[in-house]
Ligand binder design. Sequence first.
Ligand code: HEM
Length: 412
Amino acid sequence: MTQPIYDIGQICQLDKWETFINGQPFDTFTRLRKEAPVYWHEEVLEFEPGFWALTKYEDIIMVSKDPETFSSAKGGHLMTMGDPKVVDPAAVAAIIGNMIGMDPPEHQVYRKMVAPRFSPKSVRLLEDGMRKKVKELLDKVEDLGEFNFVTEIAEQLPLWVLCEMMGIEESERPKIRDLVNNLTDASINQDPEQSMQVWLNYMELFKMGRDMIEERRKNPTDDLMSVVANTQVEGDELPPELLDGFFLLMVIAGNETTRNTITGGLLALTENPKEREKLIKDPSLISNATDEMLRWVTSVIYFRRTATKDTVIRGQEIKEGDKVVMWYGSANRDEDIFNDGHLFKVDRFNAKKHLAFGAGEHLCLGNRLGHMQIKVLFEELLKRYPEIRSVADPIRVPSNFLAGISELKVKI
Ligand code: HEM
């Protein structure tokens, strides 16, 4: 096994979920950027060999833009796909079996299939509906004294947008919300009964997706599920594991990420009252403030690649088959790019450079949609309740993958 350049293993616990219970380990990231920017990290799981931890902005961009050397397909895009002796290969195939776990040229085929639905024009068409939905949500909390911002507001908008795009009926929406919430809660829990529940949830989600696909093949409509159901690649309909994978990708990627950025954004405004004041005084800062929230929160903590050949990053030899993990939260605090990156500034001049959406081949397809949701929500929220603030510490989801907050008590 390759040895770390600097032995800071004692403090670097990037593969332990508990490390993330108080938020991302930004201090560790700062040390890694300075002392060992390409760092070999041991893993606690005996069936995983360890991984390279990348913490510099430029390295993460370089790796994201070179899918030939750093594959998303080989080995998967998550740090671990679970113990191969225990997990069901069919379920793993569905989790990996979507565009986020593909390399070019295959990746482009699937990305192009749905990309028009994420174009600037398509996203703009959703803006009025989003605004109306946000206003409704804000009306509903008017008489609540103290409430959980996550359940009343932050999780509601992304779920609504996603269901509108995918064509998920009103009656099915609470079920989708519960399944997705349970999925993320249970997947971070080591209790075997809970992990059984994860697989059952997956199966339930896949069934919902498959029923929709069957229906759209019989009666095509104008929604995203119709596009996917009726697309042919080289004359064939998409195979079931790809359809399952697509459905899963959309419900997870579209929901959790945006919700957590919205909640983290409110926390940032609470902790930085002067920045809130600036934004209220000059609402034209909202788009920049949205990028700053995306940067500061970095709701997707990492994605992984696997080296397809021996290579070198920043002078460090990487062997074929090595896992390479990109810590976006670290890139977004990199002092070479962002001055005082640990500070939240709504008028930061280069906030847009953040890597919250990744980069290169797999740059988040929902980036405009996510940005628009956060922007519209805070525009309306600060107009209606300029004093809104959190009144207790957030309860965080102990995950090293998604920077989640399950409860943020607020007052308006
Ligand atoms: C704040 C919100 C969001 C964040 C922080 C975020 C983050 C990311 C990141 C980091 C990636 C790169 C994956 C990689 O390089 O392997 C990604 C990809 C992706 N995201 Fe997002 N995302 C957000 C919102 C959304 C939304 C709203 C949707 C859809 C409704 C979405 C759909 C996707 C898809 C389909 C991909 C895969 C693209 C590909 O493989 O080409 N995301 N996202």
